[in-house]
Design a protein around this ligand. Structure first.
Ligand SMILES: [Zn+2]
Length: 134
């Protein structure tokens, strides 16, 4: 049986690396391509937005600690906890003309300028995809 030699492979192209064992890439070209993709703007953008949405959801869930649909908060309280009003997952408009803004299952209804009622729609949690068996 041949002796197994721990061969390091290039992180970009997967080819074996010759020379020093601390190298991660077979060539400068591969290192550049790898770092270019590592700093991929669209991927970073998506990751940042997802993180904002998660933080928004967390802020709403932490503040919504009263009886469902009764908790009122001022805009300052949301902003001070890092809420970002630019991003949400969906909007729900009632027949009465009220508009609820949601970040996942947590949301709010703007009552008047700067005041919000916090709400939660647990039924959203059921819509976790198409893989759920009947
Ligand atoms: Zn390579």
């Amino acid at each position: 049986m041949p002796v197994a030699i721990a061969e390091k492979l290039c992180l970009e192209c997967g080819e074996p690396i010759k020379g020093r064992t601390d190298k991660k890439f077979c060539s400068d070209a591969c290192r550049n391509i790898y770092h270019y993709h590592a700093n991929n703007a669209p991927i970073n953008y998506v990751r940042n937005v997802v993180n904002i949405l998660k933080r928004n959801r967390r802020v709403l869930s932490e503040l919504n600690d009263g009886r469902e649909g009764t908790k009122k908060v001022h805009r300052d309280k949301l902003v001070e906890r890092g809420y970002n009003f630019m991003y949400h997952t969906n909007i729900y408009r009632t027949k009465a003309g009220n508009t609820y803004v949601f970040c996942f299952e947590h949301g709010y209804l703007e009552l008047s300028e700067n005041w919000f009622t916090l709400v939660r729609r647990d039924e959203y949690l059921e819509r976790s995809g198409d893989s759920k068996p009947d």
